[in-house]
Design a protein around this ligand. Structure first.
Ligand code: HEC
Ligand code: HEC
Length: 478
């Protein structure tokens, strides 16, 4: 009896060991393929780091690389045109694995997340036939961020977003070993669908508000509603992307269109949080590299001809009419100008609240990074105008297509025009915003839509035509 018992005991122990081992192997394979975090790729060039280096969004918001790659092939009907992701104004540099502003990071499996550059890079062309020149850290003029989010949501809502369709399509690009195939079929694809549908629910509030269009986002309502979990309100925060170059020269300037931040470090870190980095995944050192890069990066020079003599005349006019608010060292440069004084559309300003600032300032309590400089203001910042030629359309809501138009009284500025076309208009100084081609690729911007008003900022609109011409010539050189 005793012998039998001990034999049985041995058998049970061996079975238990086998089970533990089996679970261990399955557990390890599961952990390895779902959660193992591989350090982000280190880019030697600070520009490549800015364009392609992870900012920590992949953990929570990353789309599995292989799924991301095949979605445009499965759902071309959900994109605005041919060309896959590029139809959403996404820029693909020749020879690169991912477009500008996208990072690949392996957490269990390779995932794709966005980087700062997706909204902070500009492209321009002299002629339609030219290849676009890419300027890192410029304000994105083509990227339709809302279109991208909606594409992913619409794909996830489609019955074809299921393992058979997706794995079938992936097969053309990549062969999974059988266990990965199983993981994709039973875990990764269903979880991705769930995650994208959650994102769709998180952004449902955008359906009842004006579309952002290319080059614009509502930057802080997603933070208010999703990150800070504040109650939904009916504000419209649609605003133009901003350039990030030359930040060292902007020291002590208020940041963001309404000056809701005063610390560059916090602005960089909140940028990453706003894009989907979590408290745990915020890569402080990688973001420090981004901050160093944008601090030293010079603004791009105007690449076309400038009439130097005319520009010199324009400088004198600038000094008289604009410098107090816009020249480096100007009395009010980089400061918040009350909205009643500048007179531009106030929706963006009203979107940010004292409550949101207070809540965000408590967000990082207990972490090595922390926020304390968020605030509520009463106007818009008189931004420095470096690299101005590439910042069109102008004003915080991008309501004025060119510098020539900005020097017209609001009633004489275009009432509607097309945004998102990157061929440059050297005469008006901005991007071409009308005509067949602009209309074909562009988004119709109507100044009568809430948040889109082109009122205000009437400085210089009374100048004689000759002076305006000289001023615009000078503005090209900033
Ligand atoms: C989804 C688009 C998007 C992404 C991604 C993004 N930003 Fe921005 N960023 C904006 C917009 C739009 C503004 C202007 C918002 C406003 O104030 O209304 C802005 C403003 C800024 C400003 C203020 C500039 C100034 O001179 O006042 C800084 C600095 C900045 N972003 C840094 C970053 C960094 C660093 C990252 C990456 C960690 C990042 N952003 C990612 C859209 C984006
Ligand atoms: C009293 C201060 C003040 C004066 C004077 C002033 N501006 Fe401005 N400017 C502002 C403010 C504030 C903004 C941001 C307003 C907004 O976007 O709603 C701005 C925005 C701009 C922009 C848009 C920048 C961008 O990136 O889109 C341009 C261009 C500009 N100003 C040019 C000029 C010129 C040229 C003059 C002189 C004829 C001038 N400003 C005079 C305060 C001023």
């Amino acid at each position: 009896m005793a012998i039998l018992k001990s034999k049985l005991g041995k058998i049970i122990t061996s079975i238990a060991v086998v089970i533990v081992l089996l679970f261990g192997v399955v557990g390890y394979v599961g952990w390895y393929n779902l959660f193992r975090e591989v350090p982000s790729e280190v880019y030697k060039s600070p520009e490549d780091h800015f364009k392609y280096g992870s900012i920590g969004t992949e953990q929570a918001q990353g789309v599995p690389y292989w799924i991301w790659l095949v979605l445009p092939r499965i759902f071309p009907d959900k994109l605005p045109g041919p060309g896959g992701y590029t139809s959403l104004g996404i820029t693909w540099e020749e020879g690169k694995e991912l477009p500008v502003g996208f990072a690949k990071k392996t957490i269990g499996f390779p995932r794709v997340g966005i980087t700062c550059a997706v909204c902070h890079h500009t492209t321009y062309r002299e002629n339609l036939k030219d290849k676009p020149t890419i300027i890192a850290a410029g304000p994105a003029n083509k990227f339709d961020s809302q279109g991208y989010i909606r594409f992913l949501s619409n794909a996830a809502s489609d019955p074809r977003f299921e393992p058979d369709y997706i794995l079938d399509e992936i097969k053309y690009s990549h062969e999974f070993p059988w266990w990965e195939n199983l993981l994709y079929r039973f875990v990764i694809i269903p979880q991705t669908k769930k995650g994208l549908l959650q994102q769709k629910a998180d952004f449902a509030w955008t359906d009842s508000r004006p579309n952002w269009g290319p080059g614009r986002i509502d930057p802080f309502n997603p933070v208010k509603f999703t990150t800070l979990k504040l109650p939904k309100d009916d504000t419209i925060g649609n605003s133009d992307m901003m350039p990030l170059w030359n930040e060292k020269q902007h020291q002590n300037f208020a940041l963001h269109w309404d000056g809701l931040e005063t610390s560059l470090r916090e602005t960089v870190q909140t940028g990453a949080i706003g894009d989907g980095a979590t408290k745990e995944s915020l890569p402080v050192e990688d973001l420090q590299r981004v901050e160093d890069y944008i601090s030293e990066l010079p603004p791009p020079k105007y690449p076309f001809a400038v009439d130097q003599q005319l520009a010199t005349q324009g400088k004198a006019i600038f000094n008289n009419t604009c410098a107090s608010c816009h020249a480096f060292g100007g009395e009010r440069t980089g400061k918040v100008i009350p909205v009643e004084e500048v007179g531009t559309d106030r929706h963006r300003l009203d979107m940010w609240t004292q409550q949101a600032a207070d809540t965000y300032n408590k967000f990082g309590d207990g972490y090595s990074w922390d926020f304390s400089q968020l605030r509520k203001t009463n106007g818009y910042v008189s931004v420095s105008l470096d690299g101005l030629w590439l910042r069109a359309p102008y004003l915080h809501n991008g309501s004025v297509p060119s510098l020539q138009d900005l020097l017209e009284k609001p009633e004489n500025r275009p009432q509607s025009f097309y945004r998102g076309f990157d061929v440059y208009d050297q005469k008006k100084v901005g991007f071409i915003s009308e005509g067949e081609e602009a209309q074909r690729v562009g988004f119709k911007y109507d100044i009568n839509v809430p948040g889109n008003s082109n009122q205000g900022h009437i400085y210089g609109t009374d100048l004689p035509t000759k002076d305006k011409q000289a001023l615009v010539e000078y503005l090209k050189t900033l």
